[in-house]
Ligand binder design. Structure first.
Ligand SMILES: Nc1ncnc2c1ncn2[C@@H]1O[C@H](COP(=O)(O)OP(=O)(O)OP(=O)(O)O)[C@@H](O)[C@H]1O
Ligand SMILES: [Mg+2]
Length: 284
């Protein structure tokens, strides 16, 4: 196991991380439809979706390109307002972005003009924490992601995998009850991706955070999730909700077990059918 994962495990013993979010992070999506455009240009992206995600669950969202995964995720983040229906987080209707929901995108969306330390400390500083507390949070997370030595560097001086670790740390520095991730490892090479998946699982178990993770990669979804939700070709609706009964902690070699393969095949069969539909729709 790499030192990054070990340091995360140690971090789990910190009383600040393990208990703060316990019981929080419940997501209720009630009959949500989302349309874009107006009049002649109006088109539906998400159709009448109802979904419950329990506090602390790790849910992956899979579906063909353009089916509405990002749109649904953005409605949880508060970036997109549903045309009808409601999204509730911990019983409160989502009406905009908030520090209780951290977001990580595929493109490393760090502030290029800020150092790594200042990127991580951005949320706590914005929340009005004092200098000492902001610094302490930044140090904790720098250590957690194994980048203490890079604290005073700028994003452009880091590799893609390092930048994405900073992106996750920045999202977690507000101690959100929900972490929303939109293909966060999509731009990484296969080996870095595996390491990032392992360390994300360690972070998740340390933080008791609910995770909603969008991906195109079936192996990634099965490896990470408690539940894999599969969306139909656009306009997206959830057509399958598969439990992943694999033991935790997960290890990379689980990907060759019959149980893993069987789940993967189930997902692939569903995705293939929906991807064909999406392709036909988009080329009509
Ligand atoms: N801001 C927007 N304005 C207009 N249409 C949009 C907007 N965002 C998304 N759409 C449309 O909504 C549909 C769903 O898009 P979305 O980005 O949610 O798909 P996705 O499943 O995340 O796709 P991908 O896997 O390629 O990222 C698409 O038809 C897209 O063109
Ligand atoms: Mg998307």
């Amino acid at each position: 196991m790499n030192t990054h994962v070990v340091s995360l495990r140690e971090h789990a013993r910190d009383r600040r991380s393990g208990t703060r979010n316990a019981g929080r992070g419940q997501i209720e999506i009630r009959n949500v439809s989302i349309h874009f455009g107006r009049g002649h240009d109006a088109h539906p992206a998400v159709m009448e979706t109802t979904l419950d995600i329990a506090p602390g669950e790790f849910v992956c969202l899979l579906g063909p390109s353009g089916c509405g995964k990002s749109t649904l995720l953005n409605s949880m983040a508060g970036y997109v307002k549903p045309s009808s229906g409601t999204v509730l987080v911990d019983g409160e209707a989502v009406s905009g972005p908030g520090p209780d929901r951290g977001m990580v995108f595929q493109q490393y969306s760090l502030f290029p003009w800020k150092t790594i330390r200042d990127n991580i400390g951005f949320g706590p500083k914005l929340a009005g924490r004092g200098y000492a507390e902001t610094d302490s949070v930044a140090n904790t997370f720098l250590e957690m992601i194994g980048l203490t030595k890079f604290a005073d560097k700028y994003p452009a001086e880091l590799s893609g995998g390092m930048q994405q670790r900073v992106g996750i740390a920045r999202a977690l520095a507000n101690y959100p009850s929900v972490l929303l991730m939109d293909e966060p490892f999509g731009a990484l090479d296969a080996q870095t991706r595996l390491m990032m998946q392992e360390s994300l699982l360690a972070t998740w178990s340390a933080f008791s955070t609910t995770v909603v993770f969008v991906t195109h990669d079936v192996d990634e979804a099965v490896f990470l999730a408690d539940r894999v939700l599969i969306m139909s070709a656009g306009p997206g609706a959830i057509i399958a909700d598969l439990r992943v009964p694999l033991d935790r902690p997960r290890a990379a070699d689980m990907a060759t077990t019959p149980q893993f393969m069987q789940l993967k095949k189930q997902c692939l069969d569903l995705i293939r059918a929906e991807s064909l539909k999406a392709f036909e729709q988009q080329n009509r």
